[in-house]
Design a protein around this ligand. Structure first.
Ligand SMILES: [Cu+2]
Length: 143
């Protein structure tokens, strides 16, 4: 439970400053922008949760190892919301969920960054957008 709270806090902090990174000198190598590499796999959760509120979206956990996941999409808000998930190899949208609505979906994700937002009305502009990071494995086994 504590871990969940910590993750939610992190997500909240990230969502709070969702503006794009300032444009500055580009020093990083061009390959694989913004996807970190990790030496050991992240813990693999049994289920991933996407939680929608007015006006934010949380994805818990916000970082995952690559794999196939059951994803529970929950509308904790009062209005109609849905979630679009777009990233490497993924382009899907949940049903439109009423207040308290839940939909379980399956997503297969690989290394990269995924964007999650509510495609209804101007909800994304109101803050219903967040990101999910799937780090590449630095010592990935090939073949
Ligand atoms: Cu919405």
């Amino acid at each position: 439970m504590l871990r969940t709270l910590l993750l939610l806090s992190v997500v909240t902090l990230i969502s709070g400053c969702a503006s794009p990174a300032p444009a500055g000198p580009t020093l990083a190598p061009a390959a694989s922008p913004s996807v970190p590499a990790v030496a050991t796999p992240l813990p693999r959760p049994d289920i991933v949760r996407i939680e929608m509120y007015e006006w934010s979206i949380n994805v818990d956990p916000p970082e995952l190892p690559a794999g196939r996941y059951r994803v529970e999409v929950v509308n904790y808000g009062e209005r109609l919301h849905s979630v679009s998930v777009v990233g490497p190899g993924v382009d899907l949208e949940s049903r439109r969920l009423r207040a308290g609505g839940v939909q379980e979906i399956e997503i297969e994700i690989g290394a990269g960054e995924y964007t999650l937002w509510c495609p209804i009305g101007d909800h994304r502009d109101y803050g219903m957008v967040t990101y999910l990071t799937v780090p590449a494995l630095a010592s990935a086994e090939q073949g």
